[in-house]
Design a protein around this ligand. Sequence first.
Ligand code: PLP
Length: 508
Amino acid sequence: MIDENTVGAGALSRDGVAADVALAEVRRLRAGDRPTHGGRLFAYVYDPAVPGLDDLAAAAHRESAHVNGLDPTAFPSLLAMENALVGAAGRVLGGGPGTTAPDVVGSVTSGGTESLILAVKAARDAHPEISAPRIVVPSSAHAAFAKAAHYLRVALDVVPVSVETLRPDPAALAAAIRPETVLVACSAPSYAHGVVDPVAEIAAAAADAGVRCHVDACFGGWTLPYLRRLGEPVPAFDFSVPGVTSISVDLHKYAYAPKGVSVLLHRDAALRAPQYFAYADWPGYTMINPVIASTRSGGPIAAAYATLRHLGDAGYLRLAAVTRDAVAGLADAVRAVDGLRLLAEPESTVVCFTATEGGPDLFVLVDELTARGWHTQPQLSYAGLPASVHLTVTASVAPRVAEFGPDLTDAVAAARAAGPVRLPAELAALVGALSPEALTPDLVVGLAAGLGLGDGGPDDGDGPAGGPLPERMALVNTLLDAAPPALRERLLVEFVGLLQRPAWGSDD
Ligand SMILES: Cc1ncc(COP(=O)(O)O)c(C=O)c1O
């Protein structure tokens, strides 16, 4: 809760507050967050646990925070750093001088989602003659492709992945290509399960059809090449593969840069050209944007630049080795527990497990792990795939691995003892019968209250909006798991809408 005296109208205090007070407020609010450091958080945050790296990135961010990426001629520092980041990413991913892809170019974006939206935009706008463009993606592709399709009014053709291999059949992807298809996409690896798609076959099929092929390496593009150098059997997925026309890699994931930096690479400048937006038909400056945002802070770019310069190739190789060992240790811990099984053998930096027949309720298990200080990510059942628990493993986890096994055993025992969450009969009936369109605001508030989500009522002016989530999320997850995807989407939009309410502050 924010001190009343400091708050006049939300964040806008009457006379302003001292700098140390403002900072103390931020710190107090941050204290309620999941721990970003310490190796016990398996999603959202990528922490290499390298001493001094946070300070370096923060200092570099500060240097360039007010620099504007809107105009590279006004701020050549930013252009130079972006070009250096693109060059590094291009080299890591099989492009550049002396390779089979010497003409790779790219852009720095704000994140994986923006990179994917732009890959779809470039593919769409390369074909103005196609009035109803389509893209083909495996069902394991990141949801950002669906967002891109939605934003850009491109139809999405989803090809299911095998429930055994969690990969798409390249022949099925090839068969889904139509005359209106402008892009075929695949993942290296998929976020949910960490498996690498058969990129070579998919890219060949796309090339045969004369269609672009994007490899979404947002998650793994900075680790797979290093894992290969460490001797792991990583299949070819980069620009060395004929037919791959673009690749995305997020520097704010395994390049361990602070948030806000991804790179979208194209095999050559002609492929990138339709990504740009230019507009001169107004009285102001001619707008020429390679990415979605126009005004962009130089902070994240400078922070990423400093991070890469400091860690270097040897640093990333070392961090990949540490992470690989942590993955192996966590996977062993899962294998050792009766009632759990790996959904996929780890081949990147994800450990994903599910319950066996008669095993513990996974959503209760996730809560039990949270109670023991381990923050994992539950994944709902989907299209024949069981519910699962996702662990994104970063280098910071390594020193914690030995503690995970005993806690997992303990948490499984507790989840078994507690038994599965049972939805109250009226909630189960509601979810079974409800269509997304039938969800009224009253129904949402009632549901949210029943689940212990926020208070759903008007802001009381007492601190930032967003009521606390229940300590245990198993009931919420069980309800969502029982709902079909369209209802899950609608329910979550409504629940998040309830949390996002203005904090008006007091009228003192
Ligand atoms: C494979 C993959 N693609 C795209 C994204 C989207 O990235 P962002 O959250 O940076 O927009 C993610 C995020 O986890 C990802 O794992």
